[in-house]
Design a protein around this ligand. Structure first.
Ligand SMILES: *Cc1c(COP(=O)(O)O)cnc(C)c1O
Length: 395
């Protein structure tokens, strides 16, 4: 899955360009940078790759989520519908905006269930923040239709799904804004980095300013730029962007490899009684970073996850008991524990997450194992993996 597996000369060359000029900052220094604009080039190439009108790079996927929420005008007291299976960053970004995360159930796509989203819409709902978890898509057409009908803003957390698509259209381009992450373990990595994409120029301009203290980026003297709005510093550096640019150019190769590895394993496991697979609304658009499968019940699943680890089949996640990706272990969230006081604690209707019940999601997650698909497996390692997995699951 992660781009660090194929880190090589392409990345080194891009970074060397930046080191040679010494211009590590993405803005200004037009003469001194000798034509090297790594962040700008990465933005143009990523926008083209995903078919979005605009792209803004930023310092992380979490930053991208913060920027998207702010640019779309989601703020204090607004309710944002989110899934309980995601990386915690999705929820943190909503809280950081002063908004209220409202959890809806997931379905066998491991992403938001459109019917469950509809069931939790209230007069305070402002947005749906849908996550394309583990490399493949939510029922994004249905979720978008629902948002359109109800006048809600759709934002996509596509942090784990760069390169994925639904019916030929890139994930991240269905909503008003889409967010990507290029952190250490994502498909494309640049150390730390992220990006937002949109087709709406005014949203792009808001994002561009928000990520850089409100700078309007007009003119060539930073000190004289205007500042219509307040913002933050969510800028990416040229060094990170340089790595990401080289990685982006390898994306199609990575996808091809992941898809072929995944296909081989899935085919080999398909006939084992009791096993079934995550529903993928458009298999062609799966970025194939993970193979997720269901077993008959929680105790069998827990045991098999454990036995796979013992047998040396690495990279298998039992998310139900994982600290970072499923709500069950998010005690800090349930108690709203953070260093400073959160804006939502001031609300009269501050939700009590300790009382929240998500039986449908628990039922699915307790039976799910996801296995990371690596790029670097040799043919022989793939065969060995399949043999071991078959042995453990059949036992
Ligand atoms: C990784 C990730 C993020 C956060 O990205 P960072 O670049 O690590 O800040 C957000 N959402 C999801 C679903 C992720 O997997």
């Amino acid at each position: 899955m992660p781009g660090f597996e194929i880190f090589g000369d392409e990345e080194r060359i891009e970074v060397q360009d930046v080191l040679d000029t010494g211009i590590l900052f993405r803005y200004g220094f037009d003469q001194a940078r000798k034509g090297h604009w790594k962040a700008k080039t990465f933005e143009a190439e990523l926008a083209k790759r995903v078919g979005a009108g605009y792209c803004l790079l930023c310092s992380s996927g979490t930053a991208a989520l913060n920027i998207a929420l702010a640019s779309c005008g989601v703020g204090a007291g607004d309710e944002v519908i989110v899934p309980p299976f995601t990386f915690i960053a999705t929820i943190e970004a909503v809280l950081n905006a002063g908004a209220v995360p409202v959890f809806a159930e997931i379905d066998d796509t491991l992403c938001l269930d459109p019917g469950a989203v509809e069931a939790v819409i209230s007069p305070r709902t402002k947005a749906v923040l849908t996550v394309h978890m583990c490399g493949s898509m939510a029922r994004i057409d249905e979720i978008r239709m629902l948002c359109d009908q109800k006048g809600l803003i759709l934002i996509e957390d596509a942090c784990q799904a760069v390169g994925g698509s639904f019916q030929g259209k890139s994930l991240g381009t269905f909503g008003r804004m889409g967010c990507f992450s290029f952190d250490a373990v994502k498909t494309i990595t640049c150390g730390e980095g992220g990006g937002v994409v949109t087709n709406d120029k005014s949203l792009y301009l808001k994002a561009d300013a928000y990520a850089d203290h409100g700078h309007d980026h007009i003119g060539d003297d930073r000190g004289l730029e205007g500042h219509a709005n307040l913002g933050m510093n969510f800028r990416i550096s040229e060094l990170n962007a340089a790595v990401g640019l080289a990685q982006l150019r390898k994306l199609d190769l990575m996808l091809e490899k992941q898809r072929s590895h995944k296909k081989a394993i899935k085919a080999a496991l398909a006939d084992i009684p009791g096993i079934s697979f995550r529903k993928i609304p458009d298999k062609k658009g799966d970025s194939a970073t993970f193979l997720s499968f269901f077993l008959p019940d929680a105790s069998v699943t827990r045991k098999i996850a454990h036995d796979l680890g013992q047998a040396g089949v690495d990279g298998c996640f039992y998310w139900y008991e994982n600290n970072w990706h499923y709500i069950r272990q998010w005690d800090h969230l349930k108690k709203l524990q953070t260093s400073a006081r959160l804006a939502i604690q001031l609300l009269e209707n501050c939700p009590d997450y300790q009382q929240l019940n998500l039986p449908q999601s628990d039922g699915i997650m307790s039976r799910t194992i996801s296995m990371l698909i690596k790029l670097s497996w040799t043919e022989q390692e793939l065969v060995q993996r399949i043999d071991k997995m078959t042995e453990v699951i059949k036992a």
